[in-house]
Design a protein around this ligand. Structure first.
Ligand code: COA
Length: 374
C-alpha cells in the first residue's frame, strides 16, 4: 500500500459576479412583471402575489453577499432569469471542460507535475452538461493525459467522494496520480425565479492533484483517511434528465426540472448527520478536537458552518480555524470545501492536521483527514 497525498490545488473563478443588491433588483423586477401579467388570476384567488426578495434576508439567512457566474446578463434580465450560455460546437471545448482544465492546470503547476505523468481524471460534480462522452475524458484529452477518466455525481459531496476514489487507487498502486476536478455551473440548474432559493448558488471550478506521497516534489498534505456516507432523501432534488420529455417531444418545463429543496428540513436533518459523521471519523482515527488546526467545510450556509465548527471543536472556532468563502462565492456545490482548502491551507505547518467535509443532496457526507507532511 502506498501513501496518498494532495500535492496541488487550483480554483477557476469566473470573471463576472452578481452582488445581492443586483440580484434582488432583477428578482423584484421579474416579480412585478409576473404579478402584472397574472393580475386577473391573483384577483380571482387562483394565484398568489410573488413577494419581493431582500438583500438583508439573504445575508441574514445564508451569509452570502455575492456570487460568481459564467453569464450575469441572462440571470439579471427579468424576462430571462437564467444564464445565457450558447451551445458549444462539437469541435469547441465544453463549458465544464474549459473551466475544469483551468483549475487542473493550476493544481498541476502547484505540484510541479507534468500532465503526461497523471494517470486518471475524475470529474466529480453535481450536474454534467451532457450524458457522454464523459467530461473527464474531454479534460484528459485537452491536458494530454494518458490513462483514463470518468464522471461521477454525488451532488455537493462529489469532491470528497472523488478524493476518496482517487486516493484509494493511488494507495492500491493502480495509478500514481489523479486529478479530481469539480466544475460547477450551478447558475444553470438554479431556479432564479424562486425567491426561497434564488440567492443560493454560484459558478466555479476546483481541482486537486492526488499523488503518491513518495513522488511529491513540494509541500503536500498526506491523506490520512476518508469516510463517505449516504442516506436517501428527497429534500434536495433535481428531476431534470433524459426521461423528461413532454408528449410533443419538448423538454418538460416543470419546477422540479431545476434545483429544489426543503431548506428548513435540510438544515435540521443534515446538521446532526454531518456532526455525527465527523465525530465518528475522528474517533476511528484517534484524532482529538484539539488536534485539528483547520476545518474546510462545505459552503452552503454560514449558520450551518458555525454550528458544525462548534460541535466538532467543542467551542466557537477562532477566526481562521474554519474559513468561510461563501460570502464571496455563495454555495458552489461540491467545489465549496475545496475553494476553502485551496485558499486557506498554505500557512499550516508540518504535522498540522485538518479536515475537509462536504455534505448535501442524497443526503451525502464525505470527510477527509489531512496532515501537512514533514
Ligand atoms: N427575501 C426575503 N424574504 C424571504 C426570502 C427572500 N429571498 N426567501 C424567503 N423569505 C422569507 C420566507 O417567506 C419566510 O417568511 P415567513 O416566516 O413570513 O413565512 C422567511 O423568510 C423564512 O424563510 P425560510 O425559507 O424558512 O428561511 P430560512 O431561515 O430557513 O433560510 C435557507 C433559508 C435556504 C437559507 C436555509 O434554510 C438553508 O440554508 N438551509 C440549508 C440549505 C442547504 O444547505 N442546502 C444544501 C443545498 S446543496
Amino acid at each position: 500500500m502506498f501513501q496518498a497525498a494532495i500535492t496541488g490545488s487550483g480554483v477557476f473563478t469566473p470573471d463576472q459576479s452578481i452582488s445581492n443588491d443586483e440580484l434582488v433588483v432583477a428578482f423584484n423586477a421579474y416579480a412585478d412583471i409576473w404579478n402584472l401579467e397574472n393580475a386577473a388570476a391573483i384577483e380571482a384567488g387562483d394565484a398568489s402575489v410573488l413577494a419581493h426578495s431582500s438583500s438583508e434576508f439573504i445575508v441574514a439567512a445564508s451569509g452570502i453577499e455575492s456570487r460568481f457566474v459564467l453569464d450575469k446578463s441572462g440571470v439579471l434580465d427579468p424576462t430571462a432569469m437564467h444564464p445565457w450560455l450558447p451551445e458549444r460546437h462539437m469541435d469547441e471545448p465544453g463549458f465544464m471542460a474549459e473551466m475544469g482544465v483551468d483549475a487542473c492546470r493550476k493544481a498541476l503547476d502547484m505540484s510541479g507535475v507534468d500532465a503526461a505523468d497523471v494517470g486518471a481524471v475524475i470529474c466529480a460534480a453535481s450536474n454534467h452538461e451532457r450524458a457522454y462522452p464523459a467530461i473527464a475524458i474531454e479534460i484528459q484529452d485537452m491536458l494530454g493525459i494518458q490513462g483514463f477518466g470518468f464522471d461521477m455525481n454525488v451532488a455537493c459531496s462529489s469532491a470528497t467522494f472523488g478524493i476518496q476514489a482517487a486516493a484509494d487507487m493511488v494507495r492500491s498502486g493502480s495509478i500514481k496520480r489523479a486529478l479530481v476536478v469539480n466544475p460547477e455551473i450551478c447558475s444553470a440548474h438554479l431556479e432564479w425565479r424562486d425567491r426561497d432559493c434564488h440567492f443560493i448558488f454560484g459558478d466555479v471550478a476546483t481541482a486537486v492533484l492526488i499523488e503518491r506521497a513518495d513522488l511529491a516534489a513540494g509541500p503536500h498534505f498526506l491523506i490520512k483517511s476518508s469516510r463517505c456516507a449516504t442516506q436517501f432523501s428527497n429534500n434536495i432534488r433535481n428531476n431534470s434528465g433524459f426521461l423528461r420529455r413532454t408528449r410533443d417531444g419538448h423538454m418538460d418545463d416543470r419546477r422540479d426540472m431545476l434545483f429544489m429543496q426543503n431548506g428548513r428540513k435540510v438544515f435540521k436533518e443534515v446538521l446532526p448527520l454531518v456532526s455525527r459523521h465527523i465525530a465518528q471519523h475522528m474517533e476511528e482515527e484517534g484524532v482529538q478536537a484539539g488536534d485539528l488546526k483547520r476545518l474546510w467545510l462545505h459552503q452552503a450556509n454560514k449558520t450551518m458552518n458555525d454550528y458544525i465548527g462548534k460541535k466538532v471543536l467543542g467551542r466557537v472556532p477562532e477566526p481562521g480555524e474554519q474559513p468561510n468563502i461563501l460570502q464571496d462565492y455563495a454555495n458552489t456545490s461540491s467545489a465549496g470545501s475545496i475553494i476553502a482548502f485551496a485558499k486557506y491551507s498554505e500557512d499550516l505547518k508540518a504535522g498540522d492536521t485538518g479536515l475537509i467535509c462536504s455534505f448535501g443532496a442524497g443526503y451525502s457526507v464525505g470527510s477527509v483527514i489531512l496532515a501537512k507532511a514533514e
